[in-house]
Design a protein around this ligand. Structure first.
Ligand code: PGA
Length: 264
């Protein structure tokens, strides 16, 4: 992690926690971090609840001045109109979302999203002033056939070709085989792919953009392994699924700078 890039810990709740559970969870997380004297300038925290929770969390975060950014798990390529079930980036912006996840492997698998769709979603996000968190990653089969970097680099290249160097975006490297499996990549594996992704950003949008863009690792990140990922040069944060659903686990993970288990 380079010091100029502010670490980002993003909690992807997936299809968990209804709006009442989300309110209770977020209040408890706020208290836990306050008790622990969490300093927001050290680590940025963003929550990605289901769409139906966004309005409740927006209200809570504002009312209690909680140190959380809000994000959505997906958005439509369209801005409005006859697209039943889709959600416009304009509506997310109106709820004060800062971020939106695009291209998560579960959307690629469940909804057959292609790299072109993910590029169009990234452009839609930027149209509404949202920062896309562009997820890329290889399956176990890809890993065997092509090694770790080729598929993520190819996926990212399609998206970057649709964005400009003036667009804010975050990249998340999430090997599909590591998601929800309990089998995280090693910190060195994550760093190697993150380096390749940074080189890709450099070749498409230039070295300055590559230097300032945050690259997250995701896939079975927990309080016990976050410090080793964060000790690596090219890993600037984490996209966390399962471990973001437990208040004490997630608050401990967010406080990774205090961990004494750095094994760089
Ligand atoms: P996991 O999920 O932390 O449960 O592996 C990560 C993700 O899907 O973003």
């Amino acid at each position: 992690m380079a010091t100029m890039r502010r670490p980002l810990i993003a909690g992807n709740w997936k299809m968990n926690l209804d709006h009442l559970q989300a309110i209770a969870f977020t209040q408890k997380l706020g208290w836990a971090l306050k008790d622990a004297k969490y300093i927001a300038s050290d680590v940025e925290v963003a929550l990605f609840p289901p769409f139906t929770d966004l309005r409740s969390l927006q209200t809570l975060i504002n009312a209690d001045s909680l140190p959380f950014e809000l994000g959505a798990q997906d958005l439509s390529v369209h801005d409005d109109g006859a697209h039943t079930g889709d959600v416009s980036g304009a509506f997310l912006k109106a709820l004060e979302c800062s971020y939106v996840i695009v291209g998560h492997s579960e959307r690629r698998a469940d909804h057959h999203e292609t790299d072109d769709t993910i590029a169009a979603k990234s452009v839609a996000a930027r149209r509404h002033g949202l920062t896309p968190i562009v997820c890329v990653g290889e399956t176990a089969e890809d890993l065997e056939l092509h090694g770790a970097s080729k598929v993520p680099v190819d996926q990212l290249t399609v998206v970057l070709n649709s964005l400009s160097k003036d667009d804010d975006y975050v990249v998340a490297y999430e090997p599909v085989w590591a998601i929800g499996s309990g089998q995280a990549a090693t910190a060195d594996q994550a760093n190697d792919v993150a380096r390749a992704l940074r080189e890709t950003i450099s070749s498409v949008h230039g070295p300055d953009k590559a230097e300032t863009t945050r690259i997250l690792y995701g896939g079975s990140v927990k309080a016990a392994n976050i410090a080793s990922f964060m000790s690596r040069e090219h890993v600037d944060g984490a996209l966390v699924g399962g471990a973001s659903l437990d208040v004490s686990e997630f608050s401990s993970l967010i406080q990774f700078p205090k961990h004494v288990t750095l094994d760089s």
